[in-house]
Design a protein around this ligand. Structure first.
Ligand SMILES: [Zn+2]
Ligand SMILES: [Zn+2]
Length: 345
């Protein structure tokens, strides 16, 4: 089969490799579409790959092609996506349903071969069946959509709350939609570039602010006058990590979803917000709950199938044939949105 193989740091090859065979309890999927995640960029360019050679790709969709011994209820021809985390299902974290916290996990598209290829093999219990209403393109964004929902659930998200979403990448754009679907009173989006902010409006944000267009003082004043019950930090930049503590209302909740990329410094007066506002702070990691892969996955498929959770313009920046992966990775390196690779040109 053809696959995008990361052979070494910055070395991307589109080449012929043996197609994987499904073992007992495994399913082989013929890949239709696979997304390039922000976490794939350092795996290609910053020595963050778990090992070489590796086929990346953990946000994908396709059709079941073969099933291994002992697989029940999944048949060739079914349209599917799959949860990329392969937890041990045995440790105390897994037993509690906190699969994201498992310390003995495997991961499709990093620790085991991923979906930037014609075929990928996954455990049957990771398979999520797609209704016909969900396109392969949208299905390749289910994983990020579940990450946004997981964060909202962790922040004990309830109805009638004023939300602020910091960062308008795919996680932020799905967080805006989930917040509205789950009954937010209002959703404010804060981002940088024009494209992200337009997408945030299309996703249903009531107000959008660009950190590039207004001064930090002005932004703070606006945010403080509003006061947010829930602040979702989805970019991981130092600026928005700090802003989150300033934007949160008294007794509000800050949820850090974005992964910080640089060292962070919080001045005392900023950190003191946590004391003075008696706010709640939580982090969020991946998107799983019991029964595996979890309510996040069930809801994402259901809300996409009914058309309530949308692939709004701006979530996906482009769809390219897999053979152009090297060029697309180079473009995606500049940051911004999701790029999708498709198997059929
Ligand atoms: Zn990802
Ligand atoms: Zn475990």
């Amino acid at each position: 089969m053809k696959a995008v193989v990361i052979e070494d740091n910055e070395k991307i090859a589109y080449k012929e490799v043996p197609a994987p065979e499904p073992g007992p309890g495994e399913v082989r999927v013929k890949v239709a579409v696979c997304g390039i995640c922000g976490s794939d960029i350092p795996r290609v360019f910053d020595h963050a790959a778990h090992s070489y050679p590796v086929i990346l790709g953990h946000e994908f969709s396709g059709t079941v092609d073969r099933t291994g011994i002992g697989v029940e209820g999944i048949e060739p021809g079914m349209r599917v996506t799959a949860a990329p985390l392969v937890p041990c299902h045995e440790c105390p974290d897994c037993k509690r349903g906190d699969y994201s916290l498992c310390g003995h996990y495997n991961f499709i598209g990093s620790r085991r071969q991923g979906a930037m290829a014609e075929y990928v093999v996954v455990p049957a219990r990771n398979i999520v069946v797609l209704p016909n209403e969900v396109s392969f393109e949208q299905a390749a964004t289910i994983e990020p959509a579940t990450v946004s929902l997981h964060a909202l659930r962790l922040a004990k998200y309830g109805q009638g709350r004023r939300m602020a979403v910091l960062g308008c990448g795919i996680i932020g754009l799905y967080a805006i939609q989930w917040a509205n679907l789950l009954g937010a009173e209002s959703v404010t989006a804060i981002g940088r570039g024009e494209t992200g902010l337009q997408a945030a409006e299309a996703a249903g944000a009531d107000a959008v602010f660009s950190t590039e267009k207004i001064s930090e003082a002005e932004l703070l004043q606006t945010l403080n006058s509003r006061g947010y019950d829930c602040v979702f930090e989805c970019s991981g930049s130092g600026q928005t990590m700090a802003l989150a503590l300033q934007a949160v209302a008294k007794k509000g909740t800050v949820c850090y979803v974005g992964t910080p990329k640089k060292e962070l410094t919080f001045p005392v007066r900023l950190w003191e917000n946590i004391n003075r506002k008696e706010c709640w702070l939580t982090g969020s990691w991946m998107s799983y709950s019991a029964p595996f892969p979890g309510e996040e996955w069930r809801m994402a498929v259901e809300y996409m199938a009914s058309g309530r959770l949308k692939l709004v313009p701006g979530i996906v920046h482009g769809i390219y044939p897999m053979e152009r992966a090297a060029e697309v990775f180079e473009t995606a390196r500049g940051g911004g949105g999701r790029y999708l690779l498709c198997c059929e040109p």
